[in-house]
Design a protein around this ligand. Structure first.
Ligand SMILES: *Cc1c(COP(=O)(O)O)cnc(C)c1O
Length: 352
């Protein structure tokens, strides 16, 4: 085993999660979002495993990511580039057979001038105010794209992770109206959380990302497995005495003697500094609190409750079956998304 932090990537779990999501909306195709290096898990490995399992549509954010995915999955799957085309990366579309998602009139111009014959996705903004064509321009866009092959009409939900938020129904209504302008073209709205909102939201193709990797807050009936297990080794174990402080800034004062373990995992590896004095690691099934500030390469835990297991070389789990991704993220006042996409290059990925 490595002497540093490792992420064992559970490809079979990611495949199982993809199937679980597919079973929620059996009438729709289930795609896979593998942007940001497959949410930190390795885009090529994830895409290859999902492709073998039958996934036929992948999404990346950048064209360069799409090229990596193309190498991994071979010729036939569809690969959409969500951020849309730019003159600087048109060659990627041609070389790797990528499909752009058109988000702005300017992107539509870029693509038309490029005279590439790949089909495109048209993404409308139904409430994010982020990226997407304006709904009121749907007529003009339909005319302007008449000589293109449009393979999907898309939009993106702002509040899918809050099922009772009124914005969901508003966006559903707006998107349904847009999709009616393109009656013969498949439609796609739902991200991971959108997959939990019911069949109305699934349309023809869903686009789960975070849930493939074990994140999001699914309903209790949906059992997602961790995409990876993040562990780091203990470097030292010692007793901190009552009255002493731990770490930079002396933010933690020990109220009694405590057994402390320092592990080789810090914010340079992606453990957010905001988990200082609030995050946790698990050793021997015992949840041990992070004490003091997380530093660049090191973090100290109170392992008093796990004395039998705490010894140099033993590995502490920070994300995995015993340390739920979203719970760990919550302890750092962030999201599972940020935690897994932030895992640094020093975290060795091990595929199984
Ligand atoms: C990132 C992204 C997704 C995936 O979202 P998750 O919440 O990770 O499931 C889907 N669609 C678009 C447009 C995205 O940008």
């Amino acid at each position: 085993m490595s002497s540093g932090p490792t992420a064992q990537v559970h490809l079979a779990n990611v495949v199982a999660n993809w199937r679980t999501l597919g079973a929620l909306n059996p009438g729709s195709e289930t795609g896979a979002v593998v942007k940001a290096g497959g949410y930190g898990h390795g885009a090529a490995q994830i895409a290859k495993a999902l492709c073998t399992a039958g996934c036929q549509t992948f999404f990346t954010a950048h064209a360069s990511e799409g090229v990596d995915v193309r190498h991994a999955v071979g010729g036939s799957p569809i690969i959409y580039v969500l951020n849309g085309p730019d003159n600087a990366d048109l060659s990627h579309y041609a070389d790797a057979g990528l499909r752009p998602v058109i988000n702005t009139p300017a992107q539509l111009d870029v693509w038309r001038r490029a005279s590439l014959d790949a089909p495109v996705g048209l993404k409308f903004d139904t409430g994010m105010n982020r990226l997407g064509l304006r709904p009121e321009t749907v007529g003009d866009i339909k005319t302007a794209s008449a000589d293109l092959k449009v393979s999907h009409v898309m939009s993106h939900l702002a509040c899918a992770d809050e099922p009772s938020h009124p914005k969901n129904a508003q966006q559903l209504k707006a998107f349904t109206g847009i999709a009616q302008h393109f009656p013969d073209i498949p439609a796609s709205l739902a991200n991971s959380a959108g997959c939990y909102l019911g069949g109305d939201y699934a349309f023809d193709l869903t686009r789960p990302g975070i849930a493939l990797y074990g994140g999001s807050h699914p309903p209790a009936s949906v059992d997602l497995k961790p995409g990876l297990t993040l562990t780091a080794p203990i470097l030292s174990v010692h007793t901190g005495r009552s009255g002493e402080t731990v770490g930079y800034g002396a933010t933690k004062t020990l109220e009694e003697d405590r057994l402390l373990a320092t592990v080789a995992f810090g914010y340079a590896d992606g453990l957010p500094r905001s988990a200082s004095n609030s995050g946790f690691g698990v050793i021997g099934r015992v949840r041990c609190p992070i004490v003091g500030r997380i530093s660049m390469d090191l973090t100290t835990l109170d392992v008093t409750g796990a004395e039998a297991f705490a010894e140099p070389g033993a590995r502490v789990e920070f994300i995995g079956a015993a340390a739920n991704l979203e719970e760990q993220a919550d302890s750092a006042a962030t999201l599972g998304y940020e935690l897994i996409t932030g895992l640094g290059p020093r975290v060795e990925r091990i595929y199984e």
